[in-house]
Design a protein around this ligand. Structure first.
Ligand code: PNS
Length: 164
């Protein structure tokens, strides 16, 4: 059984993430989407909301499951019998940091990192940009699943109301 992990913050999940998870699911017997729930960053969506969104987004992939994780990704891999970390690479600018993380993770355990090139139509796509564009009224409906778009619109409206 060859099991891989697709880790990330997924705040929120985008069509680019789903593309990578779907392609990973054709390469491995099982894929675990691991939602990082370390409390280090300001999130728009809670850990539970992000996990629920991932579950809905991945419901069509029979060999994909979704879990949250805290602490080190390599510990999560060891606990779940995961031999590979799958990461999407959008551009050369992603490579430096991703290579550093891959090498750090490999120094901690013998887990491999597999880089999957992002599909060209998603090469500009990042959760942070989706949130920024949506905050200022831009149309991001083609970049995230419909249910994520609805949740994003609602959450941003709530945030605006809180700040008013
Ligand atoms: O979507 P992101 O924010 O790029 O995801 C980053 C994530 C969650 C994959 C990364 O920060 C991570 O693996 N965090 C867990 C803590 C850890 O293992 N840190 C050492 C990385 S070398």
């Amino acid at each position: 059984m060859r099991r891989a992990v697709c880790p990330g913050s997924f705040d929120p999940v985008t069509n680019g993430h789903i593309d990578i998870v779907q392609r990973a699911s054709t390469l491995f017997d099982e894929v675990v989407v691991a939602v990082g729930v370390n409390k280090s960053k300001n999130r728009l969506f809670s850990a539970e909301e992000r996990i629920d969104m991932l579950r809905e987004a991945c419901s069509g992939f029979p060999n994909v499951s979704v879990d949250g994780f805290t602490g080190l990704l390599t510990d999560f891999c060891a606990q779940h019998g995961i031999l590979a970390i799958v990461k999407g690479l959008r551009a050369v600018s992603d490579f430096d940091y991703e290579l550093q993380m891959a090498q750090m993770n490999a120094s901690l355990t013998d887990v491999e990192t597999v880089f999957v090139p992002t599909s060209p139509e998603y090469s500009f796509l990042a959760s942070s940009l989706v949130k920024e564009v949506a905050t200022f009224g831009g149309d991001v409906s083609a970049l995230v699943p419909d249910f994520v778009h609805r949740a994003l619109t609602q959450r941003l409206a709530e945030r605006m109301a809180e700040q008013a």
